[in-house]
Design a binder for this molecule. Structure first.
Ligand code: NAP
Length: 270
């Protein structure tokens, strides 16, 4: 490879949509660079980071499962990500060429709802895994009021409330939903090949925005149910594109084109 490149690393990695997004933007901007998917197993991570550190053509990488925690041991952490979200999804170069890690999942989640006034409001978060951490971190930055985490692992959920200094409660996924301004699904339920959520939306109130992090299918069973109930919805594809926008600028030092989201969505879903 003789031109600049960035990549996404994970194990497995073949399913990643990141190359579609970044290569679309590189082409649209006429940048002579490449973005690829690279399969890296956990054992290979230290050697991978060492080799890329010395590769002048390498602009950085997105990091996905299972490396989001382990990668923190290999790069600088100027944004105190370890003590905050506790997982990195980007490694990029700083001004002197050194490597630092950051996380764009929280920012990517927040971008589509940046106009929603959330201070003091109630929110429901379904699930307590990696994506829930980014969501709860972002909600804590918004001074959210009560947060109800509904999850099958109550201990993990309670630990997340404490970690992010949030007030609220933990309930099973089978409980009735409380009134809320925002409902976020961070479980894979409703994704292609997975069972749909069995929750009912009749108790969340008419002002509740329903945000599903699942993006395949674009209109998940949860979003269909919310739309049928007259509730505002946000699809996970907006977060997927939002987190990639933040990463692209860190890798290639220019923002991606702002006006082609419809085209990109169509490409991602084709
Ligand atoms: P994860 O770390 O594995 O967490 C998944 C969470 O869902 C865990 O709390 C897990 O419970 C729970 N869960 C899984 N299957 C369940 C089931 N059948 N019933 C009840 N709870 C279940 O995964 P993740 O990285 O957070 O990703 C979660 C989803 O978000 C995926 O669909 C992913 O594609 C999506 N996502 C989207 C974006 C985006 O940009 N739109 C970004 C990140 C993630 P346990 O803790 O008990 O296992």
């Amino acid at each position: 490879m003789s031109r600049p490149y960035a990549e996404v690393i994970g194990d497995p990695i073949a399913h990643s949509r990141s190359p579609i997004i970044h290569n679309h933007w590189l082409k649209a901007l006429g940048i002579d660079a490449d973005y690829r998917a690279t399969h890296i197993t956990p054992d290979a991570l230290p050697d991978y980071i060492a080799a890329r550190r010395d590769d002048p053509l390498w602009c950085g990488c997105n990091v996905t499962i299972p490396h989001k925690i382990a990668v923190m041991d290999h790069v600088a952490d100027p944004g105190a990500i370890r003590d905050g979200i506790g997982a990195m999804n980007i490694v990029a170069r700083d001004e002197s060429g050194g490597l630092f890690g950051t996380n764009s999942d929280a920012g990517g989640f927040y971008l589509p709802i940046a106009d929603l006034p959330l201070a003091g409001e109630s929110a429901i978060v379904l699930g307590s895994g990696g994506a829930a951490r980014a969501v709860l971190f972002a909600l804590a930055q918004c001074d959210i009021g009560d947060v109800t985490i509904m999850a099958r692992s109550p201990l993990k959920a309670a630990a997340l409330l404490a970690r992010f200094g949030l007030k609220g409660s933990v309930k099973p996924l089978t409980a009735a939903l409380p009134l809320a301004r925002l409902l976020v699904n961070t479980t894979p339920m409703g994704m292609v090949g997975q069972d749909a959520l069995t929750i009912k939306l009749d108790s969340v109130g008419k002002d509740c925005l329903v945000y599903d992090l699942v993006y395949a299918p674009l209109e998940t069973p949860l979003l269909k149910m919310a739309a049928a109930a007259g509730l505002e919805t946000v699809s996970g594809i907006d977060m997927l594109i939002g987190q990639a926008q933040i990463a692209f600028e860190l890798f290639f030092a220019v923002p991606p084109p702002a006006d082609d989201e419809g085209q990109l969505q169509a490409l991602l879903l084709s």
